[in-house]
Design a protein around this ligand. Structure first.
Ligand code: ADP
Ligand code: ADP
Length: 230
């Protein structure tokens, strides 16, 4: 169970032609096990917020606390899913899911880990696809594999940057139900970036609206439509 606290986050990118102020005074609380969506127009800094949480960018100002402590060096329990997540073409679906574990612990997998990978694949409708290769899968299936690859690490916090952005409407809807079920089963906290207000309202406990350049949070909406949480 992870709570996050972003305080006065600002971000300035240095570019060859000068500075880009991407974020200004971003405050955000993310409660343990909650599902928080970030919506807003292109360029308002959503991805930057996520990359800062993930440690892929440093904030220029402000701080992030996790469970009250400084976040630095405490990111083991996070996993990230991007819009177009790259699977490794020469590895089977199962071996793609197991890849992060292999990086950490070596080639020999515990049976329990393999079982969990199989279980995850089954829970997103990919039972029977374990030995297929990425080129044999649809876009939605690949994205499901990417989600399984994130969840095999047992993250407390799942960060998703437009994970369904490249999918057709029907697949997207199925994926939303899959994601809800997974978050109920594994009880991780989710930060979910989307262009789609429908997705955000459907999935979230809290919808965070960003806007402006530099971007900041202009509204937080508790989502009354969202499912009951246990
Ligand atoms: P989106 O609007 O979907 O976030 P963009 O096409 O704006 O996508 O940006 C994609 C990625 O390109 C960003 O996440 C960032 O890493 C990089 N990027 C965006 N703008 C710039 C820029 N001005 N200079 C360098 N890299 C950039
Ligand atoms: P969003 O995800 O909402 O589309 P981003 O976080 O990708 O927004 O970008 C916010 C602002 O920061 C934009 O003006 C974008 O061009 C700029 N930006 C993003 N990444 C980079 C980068 N790596 N270098 C320079 N500018 C960037």
């Amino acid at each position: 169970t992870t709570s996050l606290e972003l305080n006065h986050i600002g971000k300035v990118y240095q570019t060859r032609t000068g500075e880009v102020q991407a974020l200004s005074h971003v405050h955000l609380s993310i409660a343990p096990r909650s599902f928080v969506s970030i919506v807003g127009p292109s360029g308002c800094g959503k991805s930057t917020v996520m990359r800062i949480i993930a440690g892929l960018e440093q904030p220029s100002t402000g701080s992030i606390k996790k469970n009250g402590a400084n976040l630095e060096n405490h990111r083991d329990d996070m996993a990230v899913v991007f819009q177009k997540d790259v699977l490794l073409a020469w590895r089977s679906v199962l071996d793609n899911v197991l890849f992060p574990i292999e990086i950490k612990h070596g080639k020999k997998q515990k049976k329990a880990t393999v079982d969990k990978a199989m279980q995850l694949l089954k829970s997103v409708g990919l039972a029977g696809f374990e030995q297929k290769y990425p080129h044999e899968l649809s876009g939605g299936m690949k994205q499901r594999v990417a989600i399984c690859r994130a969840l095999i690490q047992d993250p407390q916090l799942l960060l998703m940057d437009e994970p369904f952005g490249a999918l057709d409407a029907l697949t997207r809807e199925q994926m939303m139900y899959d994601l809800l079920r997974l978050s109920d089963t594994y009880q991780f906290t989710t930060v979910f970036i989307t262009h789609s207000i429908e997705e955000a309202v459907f999935l979230s406990d809290k919808v965070v609206v960003m806007s402006g350049r530099p971007g900041s949070i202009v509204k937080e909406i508790p989502s009354t439509l969202s499912r009951p949480r246990n």
